[in-house]
Design a protein around this ligand. Structure first.
Ligand code: ADP
Length: 437
């Protein structure tokens, strides 16, 4: 201890003990026995301190504002300890009040909330969680969550510790979407919400679109038949309007076909990811369809950049027909929007992680603010141009759905006046890789 750290109370204590030993020295000198009286003086001091220590230990067991009557440094010790105890009590009260407020608000939450420790054991849950997962506070606290939510997908999700995407589960005949947020030191916050009615509404919407589209098909076919009949008998004055009606009927037919395709993609079960798709055959078919559609208006190339070793390790897995529709839509767009004599490329390349299939064109390009919205239904950059070219606004939405079903992603790069690239990245499945679907 440096001299400036000697507290005033220790200084007083030093003065006190010096005075006491001096007093014992005088008594020793009077009795001609200095050493004996110095020893007695020190012994009394030690015994007095032991007595105070004993008092302190019993006070610490149940601290209160009534401190024992003491003198010297012990007075200061009790004062400091009592201040510390007061501060601690104050912050404990504050913490309890925060905790109470937190518990009240989470209890009012409509979302089921569960707190887990680093061993996935339940530390706390709110009434909504108790109702959703049938949890009981008396018996389920400290139980492992995967012993209570006994679903293989949930155990896998918990084990994987990859919580960026939420998980959908069927619990007590209810559709539940559950997300996990790590926090603190290895703790997890589970929040889950019942989406049964939302999902029923989605199903109803999908069924309605699909049924309405199917129902519209029959009258359209009848109208189209009559128009064809009238076209045979048409004179110069009525030919053009009849041709225009026929064009619009074809457009409506296309919209209906694409709406039915979208509804099918949304409602059909997960794609069989074990079916291998031969990339070369697939791209060859898409390329030949595009050539037939294009009628030599553009320069269209197919470039497959694949080494011999890639051919053995890389394949696409999923639905041949769906993938064909996706790439055909991208190529049809390129043909539709690129001016005559422009260049269009269908490219395939392989990197360590992905197989990328891109459609590149030298068309008008798309301004950056439209790019994030291109895969929305009926989103068009220029409605007039799209309709005039026979577009429906559904093509890229179908592409996005198909890619999602194949765990693939779409990246759109475009510059106005220079052209666009639509790149589809498929993750390479190494042996033993499992896909979540
Ligand atoms: P559409 O049937 O209208 O082409 P899509 O969903 O396929 O609908 O495309 C959405 C919009 O994106 C189109 O209306 C068009 O404006 C724009 N677009 C798509 N592909 C291209 C492309 N290759 N070049 C320029 N614009 C494009």
């Amino acid at each position: 201890m440096t001299p400036d750290r000697i507290t005033p109370s220790l200084k007083r204590e030093l003065v006190l003990i010096t005075a006491w030993l001096f007093f014992m020295l005088v008594i020793g000198m009077i009795n001609d026995s200095i050493l004996l009286f110095q020893f007695i003086g020190l012994l009394v001091y030690v015994l007095w301190n032991l007595y105070n220590l004993n008092q302190l230990t019993s006070w610490l067991a149940t601290p209160s504002k009534h401190t024992p009557e003491v003198i010297g440094i012990w007075d200061e010790v009790y004062y400091q300890l009592y201040q510390l105890y007061k501060r601690q009590r104050k912050s404990r009260r504050k913490l309890t009040s925060i905790l109470n407020k937190f518990q009240k608000s989470t209890q009012a939450l409509p979302y089921a909330t569960i707190i887990l420790n680093e061993f996935n054991e339940i530390e706390w849950f709110n009434p909504a969680a108790s109702q959703m997962f049938n949890l009981h506070s008396k018996i389920d606290i400290s139980q492992r969550i995967d012993n209570l939510i006994r679903q293989p997908e949930f155990s896998k999700y918990l084990l994987k510790k990859e919580f960026s995407e939420p998980l959908q589960l069927l619990i007590n005949k209810k559709k539940v979407v559950l997300s996990i947020t790590p926090y603190g030191s290895g703790q997890y916050l589970i929040s889950a919400r019942d989406i049964t009615s939302r999902s029923q509404l989605d199903d109803m919407r999908r069924d309605f679109i699909s049924n309405a589209s199917h129902e519209l098909r029959t009258p359209l076919t009848v109208i189209s038949g009559y128009i064809e009949f009238l076209q045979h008998k048409a004179d110069e004055a009525t030919k053009t309007p009849l041709d225009k009606i026929q064009q619009q009927i074809e457009r409506m037919n296309k919209i209906i076909t694409e709406l039915i395709e979208l509804a099918r993609l949304e409602s059909s079960s997960a794609i069989d990811q074990t079916k291998e798709v031969d990339i070369a055959t697939l791209l060859d078919d898409v390329y030949n369809d595009a050539l037939a559609l294009d009628k030599n208006e553009h320069v269209i190339e197919l470039i497959i950049d694949s080494k011999e070793s890639d051919k053995q390790t890389c394949s696409l897995f999923g639905g041949y027909e769906e993938l064909r529709i996706a790439f055909s839509n991208l190529l049809t767009n390129a043909i539709r929007y690129t001016p005559a004599q422009g260049n269009i490329k269908l490219l395939c390349s392989v990197s360590d992680a992905n197989i990328s299939i891109s459609v590149q064109d030298s068309g008008p390009g798309i301004s950056y603010e439209h790019i994030p919205r291109l895969t929305e239904r009926f989103y068009r950059v220029d409605e007039g141009r799209s309709s005039e070219k026979g577009g429906t606004g559904l093509g890229l939405s179908i592409v996005k759905h198909i890619l999602d079903r194949h765990n693939a992603s779409i990246y759109i790069q475009s510059k106005v006046g220079e052209g666009s690239t639509f790149r589809c990245d498929f993750p390479i499945l190494h042996p033993g890789t499992q896909l979540d679907n």
